[in-house]
Design a protein around this ligand. Sequence first.
Ligand code: SF4
Ligand code: SF4
Length: 104
Amino acid sequence: MKKETWKELTIGTINPNAGNSVQNHTGTWRSGTKPEFIEEHCIHCFFCWLYCPHFAVVIDGDKVKGFNYDYCTGCGLCAEECPTKEKSIIMVKENVQLAGGGEE
Ligand code: SF4
Ligand code: SF4
């Protein structure tokens, strides 16, 4: 069977208004946990900033300042990669408002 070339394939769905990660607040995906910054333990190595897939770690010059929860999905990578003996980031539970109005 001859395979279709990319020019012959049937066109699928096109979303002309897909937006971008600045307009779309990825923090709305967060469900259940969020990172909390413990500044006194932080050595400002920037590992959290480097590993965060959503650029949700807030920095000011050469210092980490915390998190932008509009974009933080609560994945926990920052806390996992934080190298300090006493963790500078801990994941904490948060109340989530469910679509039906309840809480989880
Ligand atoms: S990974 Fe931990 S120690 Fe390094 S900058 Fe982030 S919070 Fe601070
Ligand atoms: S929990 Fe995930 S998305 Fe949120 S700041 Fe940490 S690495 Fe970024």
